[in-house]
Design a protein around this ligand. Sequence first.
Ligand SMILES: O=P(O)(O)OC[C@H]1O[C@H](OP(=O)(O)OP(=O)(O)O)[C@H](O)[C@@H]1O
Ligand SMILES: NC(=O)CC[C@H](N)C(=O)O
Ligand SMILES: [Mg+2]
Length: 489
Amino acid sequence: MCGIIGIVGTSDVAASLYDGLTVLQHRGQDAAGIATANGTQLRVVKGNGLVRDAFRASEMALLQGRVGIGHCRYPTAGSEGSDEAQPFYVNSPYGIALAHNGNLINTDTLRREVFEQDRRNVNTESDSEVLLNVFAHELDKQRVLTPDAAFRAVENVARRAKGGYAVVTLVLGLGLVAFRDPHGIRPLVLGKRDTDAGSEYIIASESAALDVLGFERVRDIAPGEAVVITPRGELHSRQCADGELRSCIFEFVYFARPDSLIDEISVHKARMRMGVTLGEKILRERPDHDIDVVIPIPDTSRDAALEIASVLGVKYREGFNKNRYVGRTFIMPGQGERAKSVRRKLNPIPLEFRNRVVLLVDDSIVRGTTSQQIVQMARDAGAKKVYLASAAPPVRHPNIYGIDMPSPEELVAHGRTEQEVQELLGCDWLIYQDLADLEAAVAGPKFPGRKFDSSCFNGEYVTGIEPGYFERLNQLRSDEAKKKRRLAG
Ligand SMILES: O=P(O)(O)OC[C@H]1O[C@H](OP(=O)(O)OP(=O)(O)O)[C@H](O)[C@@H]1O
Ligand SMILES: NC(=O)CC[C@H](N)C(=O)O
Ligand SMILES: [Mg+2]
């Protein structure tokens, strides 16, 4: 999952883009970049690392201009190398920079078409660079540079590209062009702020970035919609593909910040409702439970854990201290680093465990890297029994729309019963949320029956899949394949 942001301001926007990226940091920790347009110049600065490490002050000074875009990256295609950091840039037509959150699933076909039919060169293994070239080609075909031309180009992109994509682009001479895939799998939200010099606009992955920068949230970009904002602050929008919303449910489970609203749903409230439904399931299954204390596995599970404790009527305790200087482990690139980082990140406070029956709560169990170690830590800290509850159902299928879970074999619940997962994780009882409850919890009272992209839980892929896709993906992106590539390069 990556974070994307675009701003059209009344003065230089680079500092706001930088600040906005720090708010979106939890979506990607591997690389960051900013592109701005100033007159006829389009400048891009990008590099590996956290936002605070990727930019030098001397480079920031080059980023002048009132229109710009930014990106922080968690790779789902290609490598982690700095040449695949975003925004990507092409000089023709006009000069275009693009930042993408999501993942295309027909990249190979598009790459071939781009080279053979569109006669354009793609330099990296990134799906986002391919997407930029498709957009550039389709915009070039229009021969004029107007909002209308950009919309026609996005219509053609939507016909050609398959997968999940929320995109911001900077087109020299036109302004900011943003669009969202026909299912709106990845989030994208529009905000506005009025200044004495006129209105300023922002488009970002999450509304928390709008709040922090002082923008009012206007609305989500609709699935299949494109928006053009000119440097003079004129906003144009058009539906460029038939849209049917299927927001990624994993945004609500894990990815997004709790202080964001995605497609009109508060992430914080969704997580609290997950806690309520899971608490009720625990009570149904074990009305006479012997749980002494509920302990969250920080950070993301806290909202759900607090509600579980309240439904069960037992104490909630922060039993793990989290080292605030270690980032999110799930989005780290290699399994070795992920495993090592869990222990560095979380340390138990023994008095909360000693002689107690503890219910540990996590938002999700994906590879099982976190929970396996945490269960052991709880035992070492003196717990009498260790139960584990997951606010999401078992993750049994790959995610192909922007979360790097390409290989089913790496998912601890793939091909295993819940009992087998319990044994592997070493806990005394494992309880998962049911998918129907998760979907109802996220939809909430305002949107009953809303459908989501829940593919990693149910194996249903809204875009359809080409034959052989999963096999190719596994060859390219399994942990083993990535490790080999790292060693070779
Ligand atoms: O089963 P796994 O493969 O370990 O993945 C799931 C875990 O990873 C995430 O935590 P992470 O440390 O990334 O971030 P957080 O601090 O936001 O909880 C998530 O919240 C789970 O704890
Ligand atoms: N997580 C994402 O959104 C990744 C974007 C893009 N597929 C990349 O790998 O750079
Ligand atoms: Mg976690």
